[in-house]
Design a protein around this ligand. Structure first.
Ligand code: SF4
Length: 655
């Protein structure tokens, strides 16, 4: 029965062939008693020299390495025919290579000679250093499944076989490993020359550290929001680090773990960490939590460099880089800049070449080249970094076992308050088939029954959306799902003759989240630039309800220059929407100027005073009034306008 070939089987076969060839070369050299020892080179001569001497000399005029007469013409390709070997002469008409392969008949004496030669060959091979084993690449791309983290050991990465041996017999911990295991202690592929003597580019830490700690600090809006976020930004950053074998990654999610868990992780992994990468967005208390956790790490003497990235850094990079707890910031997509930064810390490239890097230095900030916003095609996330079961929730609008998911980055619309505008990410997305396969795998592994897409706008690519729905329908996959949509996506689909709402409903789509922002045509047109008016929104919302899909509509109150009458129009639109069946959800946010957006500049003109430090932004809470024109009464009214399904589906009620 033919066995399936593993991904590295070919490498190991090549390795075995190389060893066989080497043994054959040694046998050729050792043929003929009395010459064998003279022709076996010593270790001191080095592998190149040995290799050269074990090869048969080229050309009939070449001399053997041991002193002696030139061989007769026509036999020079063969070192010496051994004494007592009968029929060992080359047969006429055959090439030299064929002669080498011709098997002589052996008498009793020759058999003893052969045994002697084999002993010599074995002894010779024992003295040779082993050929390097093929390197086992890390990461899911190499294995087709998540790779277990490879723990670095003194002198290089230790093969898992070594760890298994030590687990079986812990008394071996202080002893030398058995030879089979010792041979597999490999240097890291990116280890700089000089090994442990080489220090990282700054902070004077040994370059042997091989783990990147990624930190996603807690977001405070979790407390009143049915919002069970996974740290997708850091999963995206971790992917190239693992796939390219640059470093092992541990991911700490502050939404799932408290400060004590962070301290435990520091106890276990800080000695091995090459850096700590932190992702922060503005608001939600995330910066405050980040500074708290980073402060705990920095209080330890073995803390590696701390690098900040994420939405807040993209708009206020200089201010973030000035903070005493921040060693460097990375502006732009971390998928490109973080691997470069880690390589630079390990000595594999210059810090000046790290895209998007800004770093404090005594002689002025160090800046890397621009980090372009395009992130490339998205791939499968390294799910093994998280405990997926922690993120499955009973979502009343989707399914009892729902997992959230991001399948694209960027947005093509230009809403003037939105951080996507400042980030300027070019749209990139997973293919529809890849999403289905990944979701199915998660479904099989974790028994989830629903998926909630948190993409900025899941329907930017309508063909991709339609292909996803078609595949779910054709394969009969039992899955409930929800996604975000811009009202203009539905109008675009109509114009192109694509009945996207029917496909959504038929494939299990149960909820569409849509940012409406305002009920005032002036605000929609001149302030937000939503590219749709009030009547257009009502028309699209009615269409969604007609297909039996739950609409979830979000609004913003307190835009700069917005009048009370315009706010009344917004609340009136909410009432009109609530007349639909199924009754939509509504959520009202308070306007909070986001740095870098057009409405941030307008807010400054109208008297908004922004925080002047990272600590100041740490207190920036977009659930509270942040602008001088937002009164307490406006805040209270906004809260009463929020009607969300927050209870589990089992209760069946909508508050
Ligand atoms: S559609 Fe949504 S994600 Fe896109 S710019 Fe507007 S608010 Fe931002």
């Amino acid at each position: 029965m033919r066995r399936d070939r593993g991904p590295h089987q070919g490498e190991h076969r090549r390795h075995e062939r190389r060893q066989r060839r080497r043994a054959a070369g040694a046998r050729r050299v050792l043929r003929g008693p009395g010459r064998a020892h003279a022709q076996v080179p010593g270790r001191h001569q080095g592998p190149r020299r040995r290799h050269r001497e074990l090869r048969p000399p080229a050309g009939h005029q070449a001399r053997l390495h041991a002193p002696g007469p030139l061989p007769p013409a026509g036999r020079a390709h063969r070192p010496v025919q051994g004494a007592g070997v009968e029929g060992g002469d080359p047969q006429p008409g055959r090439s030299g290579a064929s002669h080498d392969r011709a098997r002589p008949r052996l008498g009793d004496g020759a058999r003893r000679q052969g045994q002697h030669r084999r002993r010599l060959v074995r002894r010779h091979l024992r003295r040779l250093p082993p050929l390097p084993l093929p390197r086992r690449p890390h990461g899911p791309a190499a294995h087709g499944r998540p790779a277990p983290p490879v723990l670095p050991a003194e002198g290089g990465h230790q093969h898992p076989a070594g760890r298994r041996a030590l687990r079986r017999d812990p008394r071996r911990a202080g002893r030398r490993c058995p030879r089979r295991v010792r041979r597999r202690v490999l240097p890291h592929p990116h280890a700089p020359p000089g090994g442990a003597e080489v220090m990282t580019a700054f902070l004077g830490l040994p370059a042997r550290r091989r783990t990147v700690i990624l930190l996603y600090p807690k977001v405070d809006h979790e407390k009143d929001y049915l919002y069970f976020w996974m740290p997708f930004s850091l999963l995206s950053v971790a992917k190239p680090l693992i796939d390219d074998g640059i470093a092992d990654v541990v991911l700490f999610d502050g939404n799932q773990n408290d400060a004590r868990a962070w301290e435990r992780l520091l106890d276990e992994r800080l000695d091995d960490a090459v850096c700590i990468g932190v992702s922060v967005m503005t608001g939600g208390g995330q910066i405050a939590h980040a500074l708290d956790l980073v402060g705990r790490a920095k209080s330890r003497p073995n803390c590696p460099p701390v690098v900040f990235g994420g939405p807040h850094v993209n708009v206020l990079a200089e201010q973030t880089a000035e903070h005493e707890l921040v060693d460097a910031v990375l502006v732009g997509p971390g998928q490109r800049s973080m691997p470069e930064f880690v390589r630079a810390l390990l000595g594999g490239q210059r810090l000046e070449e790290v895209a998007g890097l800004i770093m404090r230095r005594p002689d002025g900030p160090l800046r890397g080249p621009d980090n372009p916003p395009r992130t490339g095609v998205m791939g499968k996330y390294p799910w093994h970094l998280l405990n997926i079961a922690d993120y499955i929730r009973d979502d009343p609008t989707v399914a009892p076992r729902t997992l959230n998911y991001i399948s694209s980055q960027g947005c093509v619309y230009k809403c003037q308050f939105c951080y996507e505008l400042t980030y300027q990410r070019k749209y990139s997305a997973m293919a529809a088939h890849d999403i289905v396969e990944d979701v199915l795998e998660l479904q099989r592994a974790h028994g989830m029954s629903g998926v909630k897409f948190y993409d900025a706008d899941w329907f930017v690519n309508l063909k991709r959306a339609a292909a996803f729905c078609d595949e779910i329908i054709e394969r009969g996959i039992d899955l409930a799902w929800a996604a975000s949509i811009n009202p203009n996506d539905i109008r675009k689909a109509r114009r192109s003759g694509l009945d996207i709402l029917t496909k959504i409903a038929a494939s299990g789509g149960s909820r569409l989240l849509m940012g409406v922002e305002s009920g005032s045509d002036r605000v929609l047109r001149d302030v937000v630039r939503k590219e749709i008016d009030r009547e257009g929104i009502l028309d699209v919302a009615a269409d969604i309800a007609d297909h039996g899909i739950l609409g979830s509509y979000t609004f913003i109150i307190g835009f700069p220059g917005e009048t009370t009458a315009e706010q009344d129009e917004t609340y009136d639109l909410m009432e009109r929407l609530r007349e639909l069946t199924p009754t939509p959800e509504t959520r009202v946010h308070l306007f909070a100027p986001y740095p870098g957006t057009p409405l941030y500049a307008e807010s400054l003109r109208q008297g908004f005073e922004p925080p002047s430090s990272l600590e100041g932004w740490a207190r920036y809470d977009y659930y509270e009034s942040q602008t001088p024109w937002t009164s307490a009464a406006m805040v209270e009214r906004a809260r009463s306008g929020t009607r969300m399904k927050t209870r589990p589906a089992a209760s069946g009620s909508c508050p």
